[in-house]
Design a protein around this ligand. Sequence first.
Ligand code: ADE
Length: 265
Amino acid sequence: MNSNTRPLGVLAALPQELGDLIAAMQAESAVDKRTFGQRDYYVGTVHGVSCVVTLARVGKVAAAATASALIHAFDVEAIVFTGVAGGVGEEVHVGDVVVGETLLQHDMNAEPLFPRYEIPLLGRARFDADRALASALAAACERFVEEQGAALAARFKDALPRLAQALPRVHRGLVISGDQFVASAAAVGALREALPDALAVEMEGAAIAQVCFEYGVPCAVVRTISDTADEHASVSFSSFLTDIAGTYSSGILRQFLAAYGAAVR
Ligand code: ADE
C-alpha cells in the first residue's frame, strides 16, 4: 500500500503501450495530473505502488527528456519502461517478451573519433538495466504468461497463430534503440550482423538507460515483440498496437507492481 517513499516512474512511448495503467490508477487512488513539456504526468497509486505514469512519445530525444523530467521534477526512485519492439534475435517471435538486461544505441556512430556505438565522453556503449528490477520484470512476465498464455492464444489466434503451438517466451538480454522504425530484411539483417547478441530493436530504451546511468537511477525495460523488423513490420506493428500491446502491458505491469509493492512494504 503505497509505502515506497519516492515514486516509481512508469512510462511507454504510445498510449496503447501503457495498457490500462492510468485507468487503474484513477480507480485506485486520487490522481494528480501535472502537465509540462507537453506531457501529462499522472501521480498516484496503482496496484499498491506510488507511481508517476507518463508517455514519453517516440524516439530517443523524447525518451531522454521524459526520463530527465521524472528524475528532476518527481524524484522517482527508479524508472520502468514498457512497450513493443521488433524482434531481432533468431529465436525471438511475435508475441514473445524481451526484458532488457543491457541497452545500446545502434545509431550512435562518432567514428573515427570514438568507437562505434560508444557515447562520446561517457566511455561506454552499453548500459545495464538494474539487475533486481530486470529480474522482477522477467518474473512478472513469466507469471503473466503462465496465467494468461492460454487466454492470449484463444483471444488473439488470428494475429498470433504461433501461440496455438507454443506459449510466448520471455527472453533476457540486449535491447537496441535508434531513431528509426526498422522495416526491411536488409536493415534488420545488418543489425543482426553488427550486433549478434541483440534480441529486440525499439526507439527509446537505451536513451532512458543512458540518462538513468548518468543520474544513478535504477531502470528496466520490458518489450513485447510486435513485429520482426522486416517488410511486414509496419502492418504487424499497427495491428499489434491496436489491442495486443495493451493486454500484455496491463498484465505484466499488474504482476510487476503487485510484487514491487509487496517487496517495499
Ligand atoms: N518498435 C516496434 N517495432 C519496431 C521496429 N521494427 N523498429 C523500431 N522500433 C520498433
